[in-house]
Design a protein around this ligand. Structure first.
Ligand SMILES: Cc1ncc(COP(=O)(O)O)c(C=O)c1O
Length: 334
């Protein structure tokens, strides 16, 4: 580190502070000086409009040739960091790109310093509980056994091994009935719904009823795909399926039957049957978002709606609650 004490403090404010700390590094002296000056401007240590020392005095202070300083200044003028005007010397430009400037020597916040100790947001799994060891063991086993073609593009629906394992798991854990040929792997519910919205548009569906309370994200996704999203109101027995009869032109309904999000109510048995009846009667589809169907705290397990009529229900699942959202793994059962 080189401490430079400017000789000429004359001139209009703002001026240099007492010390200009330049850290010279890099392949050559000139490049090092240029880097250090750029960094000083970027971090705000050299304030906009402040005057730089004359090249001769800075060169003397740093023990470098005057040419080195002149060339370095010229480069920074060309890049827009400094300005050079006859009579007023070399100054820091007044308009330095904002995002790069920080308060001079501001203490760096440690990443965890301001983080709350407890996360009480709804819907987030405990990320500290991610089963790292089991995941590593499973990944190692899968990588060891995987044939070369597992690293190719493969089947757009996902690897057969995964779809077979899922078909088994979903039948066992959620009462979902489908062979692996009807399962499509996607990167979470969000991705699955986006694919489904496209498919519905191709089938000339114009409107998808959505539960009146829910995440705007999914409603917006459907709207952005060009679909109307009439609301279906929710009471203590879940979505009011009977209201579907009054909604015109609805070709599909997006439901969270296991736990309505965010109220948490389960769709009652009569309404499950009514939903399937509506789908059969109109040729519509039920889109079952089973994002957290594996979890229950206060009631008997409720199997997936899909089991009632695999022909009329598109089932969506995700590991975002059971493992972690960062895994970005989900599935559709078509
Ligand atoms: C209602 C609902 N559905 C689905 C999901 C899961 O979405 P993804 O699988 O895209 O992470 C969430 C996650 O918060 C959710 O709240």
């Amino acid at each position: 580190m080189v401490h430079h004490r400017p000789h000429s403090a004359a001139g209009p404010p703002p001026e240099f502070g007492t010390d200009l700390h330049l850290e010279l590094h890099g392949p050559g002296l000139r490049a090092g000086l240029t880097d250090a000056l750029r960094q000083a401007v970027r971090t705000g240590r050299l304030a906009p409009s402040s005057r730089l020392p004359a090249s001769r005095s800075l060169a003397a202070d740093l023990g470098v040739s005057r040419n080195t300083v002149v060339e370095s200044y010229a480069e920074l003028v060309a890049e827009g960091w400094l300005t050079a005007q006859q009579g007023s010397g070399t100054r820091v430009a007044t308009r330095v790109p904002e995002p790069h400037r920080a308060a001079p020597d501001a203490p760096r916040a440690k990443p965890d310093e301001h983080r709350p100790r407890y996360g009480l947001l709804t819907g987030a799994p405990d990320l500290a509980n991610f089963p790292r060891t089991q995941w590593l063991i499973a990944a190692r086993r899968a990588l060891t056994a995987a044939p070369h073609d597992a690293f190719g593009y493969g089947d757009a629906r996902g690897r057969m091994e995964l779809r077979t394992a899922l078909a088994d798991y979903l039948a066992r854990a959620r009462g979902v009935y489908a062979g692996p040929e009807r399962i499509v792997i996607c990167s979470g519910f969000h991705h699955g719904l986006a694919l489904m919205a496209q498919a519905l548009r191709v089938r000339r569906v114009r409107a998808v009823a959505v539960e009146a309370y829910g995440l705007d994200l999914y409603r917006d996704l459907l709207r952005n795909a060009g679909l109307y999203t009439p609301p279906l109101y929710v009471d203590e027995s879940g979505a009011r399926i009977d209201d579907l009869a009054r909604l015109r032109g609805v070709g599909a309904v997006l439901l969270t039957p296991a736990h309505q999000y965010p109220t948490g109510v389960a769709l009652c048995p009569e309404r499950r049957t009514a939903a399937v009846d509506w789908a059969r009667g109109t040729g519509g589809l039920l889109l079952e978002d089973d994002y957290d169907g594996e979890f229950r705290y206060d009631r008997q397990p409720v199997g997936a709606l899909q089991g009632l009529d695999p022909q009329r229900v598109v089932y969506f699942g995700s590991v975002s609650k059971s493992l972690a959202p960062g895994v970005r793994l989900g599935w559709m059962v078509l």
